[in-house]
Design a protein around this ligand. Structure first.
Ligand code: GH3
Ligand code: MG
Ligand code: MG
Length: 387
């Protein structure tokens, strides 16, 4: 078996987490405040870097510094990673657990350094503590990060690290606490130090990927959602239309656009204020969404106008849906809001000419008719009947 210089492995692997920590600190400062835990991960990476250096310098620095600094640093850094992951995924951070592990670690290591010196005992002590923290880290990552491949990767890595640490504990007990030393060239120790070094390296990079992924998803969602109502914005709606139209061209079928405009909305703003107006817009979105299925694409088209794309329904069914929506809104059963109504225009197409411009033009004409007819009504485009 090739032999590795474990001291060099440890020293080299300590550099990367330190550098990654610097990047993570600047990320954490600029991240949206709802993405939590990145700062804890960064501190963990910085401390693991220092701890690895102290461990690698065993013999070159005072033993107490290498032992206490290295081992307590490992507990603190892995503890901070656990806290970071828990905060990132919105769980309660286990500060008490981490503090307890740190205190137990420090007492055990001091006892076995000065009172009852035992290198094997110290190794066993630290590894039991680390295995417990690694295990909890694995659990958090695999359970709460199951929808994110980079989180699963970090989880899998910590699972391996947990297994290796447990193996180290078991072999240490099995050999009757035989003193092997940190850089001993036996098989288990090589695996143990090698995996530990790799974990500190990959964990920091993995945490950063997990954080970046969350940011990407969040920005993507924000760029497609209307901030007030949470509905699709116009851009997302146009994307949805494009997809539905392509599907329609491939498989045939119907595509309908329901255009909704709140009646006399300016008067609501003027009488009750803009904030109440906003509440009415949110109320409309919530109530209308309650009548729609997942197949419908519901968007805020702009201002007090909304659009619903309905694929695969016959014009009369779309009309019934719009009528149900109109009457639901006209019920005005929300006492904290002013009474309001809406007018609706519908356009349908079975042909490939269901461009968004064409649908909007037809639906707009129908909507205009609904307004002229006294508002609080639904009109179907003449064109819809022709196709
Ligand atoms: P009609 O029945 O003919 O549709 O009359 P209307 O008053 O609803 O029509 P108009 O287009 O004149 O007024 C729309 C108003 O919607 C004007 C604008 O101030 C208001 N508005 C647009 N966006 C928002 C918003 O985000 N919040 C609030 N509170 N008001 C908005
Ligand atoms: Mg309008
Ligand atoms: Mg209006």
């Amino acid at each position: 078996m090739p032999t590795f210089d474990l001291r060099t492995v440890l020293l080299m692997s300590s550099v990367m987490p330190g550098l990654t920590a610097l990047v993570m600190f600047s990320l954490a400062r600029n991240f949206p405040t709802n993405i939590r835990g990145v700062g804890n991960w960064a501190y963990g990476a910085l401390i693991v870097s220092v701890a690895d250096i102290l461990l690698a310098l065993r013999g070159g620095v005072p033993d107490w510094l290498s032992i206490m600094g290295g081992n307590c640093g490992l507990i603190l850094s892995t503890g901070l990673w656990l806290i970071g992951s828990q905060r990132f995924f919105g769980c309660l951070p286990s500060w008490r657990f981490v503090k307890l592990m740190l205190v137990i670690g420090a007492i055990g290591e001091s006892w076995m350094t000065w009172a009852q010196p035992s290198a094997a005992g110290r190794a066993l002590w630290i590894n039991v503590i680390l295995a417990l923290i690694y295990f909890r880290q694995t659990f958090v990552m695999l359970r709460y990060g199951r929808h994110d491949s980079s989180a699963m990767f970090v989880g899998a890595m910590f699972l391996i690290e947990t297994a290796v640490t447990v193996l180290r504990v078991v072999t240490s007990i099995g050999s009757g606490f035989a003193q092997t030393g940190l850089f001993a060239r036996d098989f288990v120790q090589t695996i143990y130090v090698g995996t530990g070094a790799l974990t500190s390296l990959l964990a920091t990079v993995g945490f950063m990927l997990v954080a970046m992924n969350r940011l990407r998803v969040q920005l993507e969602q924000q760029s497609l959602a209307d901030p007030l109502t949470g509905l699709l914005n116009r851009r997302a709606f146009l994307n949805a239309h494009q997809e539905e139209r392509e599907k329609m061209l491939r498989t045939g079928g119907l595509l309908s656009l329901v255009l909704i405009d709140l009646d006399h909305f300016k008067a609501i703003n003027d009488t009750y204020g803009h904030v109440k107006g906003d509440e009415v817009l949110v109320d409309f979105s919530t109530r209308a969404a309650g009548l729609l299925t997942r197949r419908n694409h519901f968007s805020r088209w702009g201002g007090e106008e909304f659009a619903i794309l309905v694929p695969g329904s016959r014009p009369e069914d779309v009309f019934d849906l719009a009528e149900a929506l109109r009457s639901r809104i006209a019920l005005n059963d929300e006492p904290s809001l002013p009474a309001y109504t809406c007018s609706i225009g519908i356009a349908c197409s079975v042909t490939g000419d269901a461009t968004i411009e064409r649908l909007v033009k037809d639906a707009d004409e129908a909507l205009y008719r609904a307004k002229r007819n006294g508002r609080n009504s639904v009109e179907l485009s003449d064109q819809a009947i022709l196709v």
